[in-house]
Design a binder for this molecule. Structure first.
Ligand code: SF4
Length: 334
């Protein structure tokens, strides 16, 4: 148990009910059923068996079936768990599933915002993000004490060189605790790859570069080098000290600000410390700290200003891969 910070990883569904053009998941699951869930009673029995308090659901979209999610979360009430998972903007805003999730321990949610451009979302078939107010989803999560790991993708045909700064600035103003940035990557078998192929825009089939950190296709409005530079700059800017302070400052109350800063710094600004802890085989000893930071969430619930990062050292391979309006908020309905 001490070799891992997060030993309780669990999967209770497979795939995703959506079909975004750039997403690997449909080609990954091939010709089989691409989305299905476990039986609720079996999932609950498995959760009951897991030791400790913290859980990490690795499902692509834990909220993919609202009926399953509601039944699971209602069944988990009283188990005294703290957990993290991935969902979508739409599921955050729909019905009372999120409230059920928070009541049984949800404290951090990975959300694929992907882009602030409605046109880009539409062109990639991510229509379930359209027509929703991102800021409203963020505010709802923060009001309920749920931290956000927001995922953003650069390189859509609608992206020009200003996309990096605009995206980072928006995410910081929303008080998103952690952000993961990705370069759009044409994985084999996706509809987007077929399109880029037909247009002769795939630049390399060196699979070692298909890791969302390299530009392996010709972007529409910038050079591949600009795309890679902008991506790196986005990370630097987001996790700079001024960035962390600006984002944490959006939280009301000292506890909210401390929780935000502690989580962000643990995620991205403590790699040397994590490496040392991993080498010493004492990663599990950091678990109570993670649980304490997550547990802070429901006390003094926060509202921000406005949903797996491979590089986070404590994640296991395969884990990465989501009140009144503040006067500073910007309404983004995509
Ligand atoms: S990008 Fe997210 S919502 Fe779209 S298909 Fe993939 S997992 Fe589902």
């Amino acid at each position: 148990m001490n070799a891992y910070l997060v030993p309780n990883t669990i999967v209770v569904s497979r795939g995703c009910p959506h079909r975004c053009d750039f997403c690997y998941q449909e080609s990954f699951f091939g010709t089989g059923r691409s989305f299905y869930t476990a039986r609720v009673d079996r999932a609950l029995a498995e959760i009951t068996e897991l030791p400790g308090r913290h859980l990490y659901f690795l499902d692509d979209h834990l909220f993919g079936s609202p009926e399953f999610a509601d039944a699971l979360f209602i069944g988990m009430k009283g188990m005294d768990r703290l957990w993290q998972a991935a969902g979508t903007v739409r599921t955050v805003l729909r019905g009372h599933t999120l409230e059920h999730a928070v009541a049984c321990g949800l404290r951090s949610l990975f959300i694929g915002f992907e882009t602030l451009s409605a046109e880009a979302l539409g062109s990639q078939g991510k229509r379930h993000n359209l027509g929703h107010d991102y800021a409203e989803a963020i505010r709802k999560l923060h009001d309920l004490g749920v931290m956000i790991n927001g995922s953003f993708v650069f390189g859509f045909d609608q992206d020009d060189p200003s996309v990096f700064e605009r995206t980072v600035d928006w995410a910081l103003r929303q008080g998103i605790e952690t952000a993961t940035f990705h370069i759009l990557t044409p994985y084999p078998g996706t509809r987007m790859t077929a399109r880029l192929n037909a247009e002769g825009r795939i630049l390399t089939r060196d699979w070692t570069k298909y890791n969302t950190r390299h530009a392996v296709f010709q972007p529409a409005q910038m050079s591949p080098e600009q795309l890679e530079r902008g991506y790196r700059q986005a990370y630097r800017q987001y996790y700079s000290w001024p960035g962390v302070i600006r984002s944490a400052a959006t939280k009301p109350g000292l506890a909210g600000k401390i929780r935000h800063a502690a989580y962000t710094c643990g995620w991205k600004k403590s790699e040397t410390i994590w490496k040392w802890i991993i080498r010493s085989g004492a990663l599990g000893l950091a678990r109570p700290t993670l649980e304490a930071v997550l547990a802070l969430g429901n006390r003094g619930a926060t509202h921000g200003q406005a949903a797996g990062d491979q590089s986070a050292p404590w994640l296991l391979p395969g884990q990465a891969h989501v009140p009144e309006r503040s006067r500073h908020s910007q309404r983004v309905v995509v």
